[in-house]
Design a binder for this molecule. Structure first.
Ligand code: ADP
Ligand code: MG
Length: 734
């Protein structure tokens, strides 16, 4: 029976020696079902003797003032629990051939005491210090167990050892470090040569890459540090190359689909509209408008990303683009992620159109709102209006995707806060017109090199300046114990005409998480600190009509303080609200905090953002290297970095750069564009050379051979069909 290499690699792991049904179950939890999965289950780190010190050398550099991390390999000598300042701590003594050193734990004593047995060999990493008695000491070090053989190979022959991430529960049950290394090692020996090449030969040659099977082998068990590096380079290039192929295909399909409409400024509509605006457009707004106008004039359909920091004035740019479409007798639609935001857009735009109709009488521009939860009769009239082109500008939420929503002549689609929508959803709307022009808007700006590659299928316009007269928002971090003072501050500012948002992470109290809830605090505060202040409450469980009413009352200054959950996060614009107090701020992500803060500072008053955090998060300490902390410690340190970033920067570009660093590569596509594969190897900040290089190769190939018909591109076609089928689905749509 002759099996193809593909069939061999697709065998379930259970058929490997030393994997029975029980282990196979555990492997499944790690996402490993086939032999191929196992081969591509890569180590999270490697241990290499050039990075290891003997105890005596480590001691030497430590007393000479070294302050960084280091690694020592040693065997457990003695485990003892001792008392230290009224508390029990665990001290484990280790030794290597040069001398002794020790590790201490303040937490999880029983677990660690059970773990370490005399004679066991470990690699210990961390930032050592000198103990009271002058010994070299690690506190809560990072550790990995190795066998005596491995230790000999490592230290004497220079063999590099891989370490695999194994979740705690699996580790205790059925997979240990040694057994996993052994299983993978024999699978690599037996099967890695069956892995078929996935990059064209000329790319491998020109970029001096190693083959995929060599890369897999050396990423597990590198023959040298150089080969380990070569393996990683190859995997990074490959990952980026296929991502860019997908992007290039998308772009190609979009450009060559049917021609769109050519729209020009035909009447005085736009110039009259600019006259009624209470402000001058910024240079940046004018620049992006020129870009948009040029695209609209051209017959090939526009596919443009409009990015700009929170509050930079994207809505007005979008509206002008919509008016150009209307001026050409097309309908334009603006899609927003929440009902209150859609409603706000509809109100603002309707009132501007009313004003416009006073000075420009040639044509009345009709605005419609389509959202879920409207009365049926009302909705039906609106829908039939849209179909009959009784409406020119249609604003709505997800409800716009529904089948009954039909347009007569849809020429322009604008998606606000685009990351809130999936590609599929966007496509549903876009397909309601005949190749309409498309603008997607985002307030999560990303660095330029990144946007060029990640948004490769879109043309990018960036609003890079804020409207004038904006004072930078002042941001403070305050521990919970300072809340009474903060409340007093809000009370004083209210007398000066300020309005405030107070945000809580939850609607109702959750005992388990001890998070604060909007409803509870609304009741509390109205009887205590804010007895003399008018409070409003808004949260996500209200119907949109209720929410809308509260927002209108707040806008009309019927409340001074609005207690809220994160429903107010995106897009809401209340000019007199200039204080934003966020409770349990350490719980929020950076972009969410920045979005929330973006709700204030829109007028010319000085705005204040106050982040309330658990007192323990008020930290001035240096941020330690995250690699050596437990997960819980890492989460805490990351929260501290997020909070300090907020206090230090107002610039959304800077903030999103830090956010990308904190969250790592895997997460980025979720926020940027959906429908793309997750990144596993690339570091989007550091690997910009590889990113640009892979992009160039991929785009050249799709340009010269868009259907991948050439013989030497067959490997690409096969790889796409075998490994990127899911993502290919979206390559055809904008
Ligand atoms: P975002 O880009 O976050 O969507 P908005 O479009 O909501 O920002 O604009 C924020 C506020 O700035 C709005 O109140 C808007 O009317 C105002 N604005 C927009 N452009 C200008 C400008 N050129 N000068 C002054 N204010 C402006
Ligand atoms: Mg907006």
């Amino acid at each position: 029976m002759n099996q193809t290499p593909e069939e061999i690699l697709n065998k379930p792991v259970q058929f490997l020696k030393s994997i029975g049904p029980k282990r196979a179950e555990s492997f499944k939890k790690l996402g490993i079902v086939t032999v191929r999965d196992l081969l591509f289950y890569f180590p999270s780190k490697h241990l290499d003797r050039t990075t290891i010190l003997t105890a005596i050398k480590a001691y030497g550099i430590l007393i000479n003032g070294y302050e960084g991390e280091l690694t020592i390999v040693g065997s457990v000598y003695e485990v003892e629990k001792i008392r230290f300042r009224q508390k029990q701590i665990l001290k484990v003594h280790f030794r290597d051939k040069s001398g002794m050193f020790e590790c201490i734990w303040f937490q999880g004593l029983n677990y660690f005491a059970e773990l370490f047995h005399a004679g066991d060999i470990y690699a210990l990493s961390g930032k050592p210090s000198l103990s009271r008695y002058g010994n070299l000491q690690f506190t809560h070090p990072d550790f990995d167990r190795i066998t005596e053989d491995e230790s000999n190979n490592l230290l004497n022959t220079g063999k590099i050892i891989p370490f695999y991430r194994i979740p705690k529960d699996l580790r205790q049950k059925s997979i240990g470090d040694f057994s996993l290394r052994k299983i993978i090692s024999s699978a690599v020996v037996e099967y890695s040569s069956f892995i078929q090449e996935t990059l064209p030969a000329e790319i491998i040659h020109n970029k001096k890459l190693i083959s995929i099977s060599e890369a897999v082998k050396n990423y597990h068990f590198p023959e040298s540090p150089d080969l380990l590096n070569a393996a990683l380079q190859r995997l990074k290039f490959e990952e980026m190359f296929y991502l860019e192929i997908l992007i290039a295909l998308r772009k190609h399909n979009h450009k060559t689909s049917q021609p769109g409409q050519s729209m020009k400024i035909r009447s005085r509509l736009i110039s009259e509209f600019l006259k009624i605006l209470p402000f001058q457009l910024t240079k940046s707004q004018l620049k992006v408008l020129t870009e948009i106008k040029r695209d609209m004039e051209s017959e090939s359909p526009m596919n443009r990303l409009l990015q700009g920091d929170v509050g930079s004035g994207k809505t007005i740019v979008a509206l002008i683009a919509m008016l150009i479409a209307v001026d050409n007798d097309y309908q334009a639609v603006l899609m927003a992620p929440t009902e209150i935001l859609a409603d706000q857009h509809a109100k603002r735009i309707s009132s501007l159109m009313k004003e416009l109709s006073q000075v420009y009488k040639d044509r009345v521009i009709r605005v419609s709102l389509v959202i879920g939860g409207q009365k049926k009769s009302e909705r039906e009239t609106r829908l039939s209006n849209i179909e009959l082109q009784g409406s020119d500008i249609i604003i709505g939420t997800h409800a716009l995707f529904e089948k009954e929503v039909k347009f007569k002549n849809l020429g322009l689609v604008i998606v606000d806060e685009q990351h809130r929508f999936g590609v599929e959803q966007r496509a549903k709307l876009i397909n309601k017109g005949i190749t309409p022009d498309v603008i997607v808007m985002s307030a999560t700006p990303i660095p330029r090199t990144l946007s060029l590659t990640l948004y490769g299928d879109l043309d990018v316009s960036t609003i890079s300046e804020m409207p004038q007269n904006r004072k930078p928002i002042k941001t403070f971090l305050r521990g919970e114990s300072k809340l009474p003072e903060v409340y007093k501050f809000i009370e004083e500012k209210t007398k000066e005409g300020y309005q405030s948002f107070i945000v809580y992470p939850l609607i109702e109290e959750s005992e388990k998480l001890e998070l604060k809830s909007a409803t509870t605090y609304y009741k509390d505060l109205s009887q205590t600190y804010f007895k003399n202040i008018r409070l409003g409450l808004i949260h996500g469980r209200m119907s949109w009509q209720e929410k809308e009413e509260i927002m209108s009352l707040f806008l009309a200054k019927q409340f001074d303080v609005l207690i809220s959950t994160t429903v107010i996060e995106v897009g809401i614009d209340i000019p007199d609200a200039n204080i934003m107090l966020i409770n349990d701020a350490h719980r929020f992500g950076l972009s969410q905090l920045h979005q929330l803060r973006g709700r204030i500072g829109r007028g010319n008053m000085q705005a204040y953002c106050i982040l309330i955090i658990k007192d323990e998060y008020v930290s001035k300490d240096r941020i330690p290297n995250l690699d050596y902390l437990s997960n819980a410690q890492i989460e805490k340190q990351k929260a501290i970095v997020r909070l300090q970033t907020m206090a230090q920067y107002n610039d959304g570009f800077k903030i999103s750069e830090i956010d990308l660093k904190l969250r790592g590569p895997g997460d980025i596509f979720g926020t940027v564009q959906s429908g793309f594969p997750q990144l596993r190897y690339i570091d989007v900040i550091r690997d910009s050379d590889i990113i640009m290089d892979a992009k160039k190769s991929a785009f050249e190939i799709i340009k010269s051979d868009p259907h991948l018909l050439l013989n030497n591109h067959l490997v690409i076609k096969n790889a796409l069909l075998n490994y990127y089928k899911e993502n290919l689905k979206y390559a055809k749509i904008a």
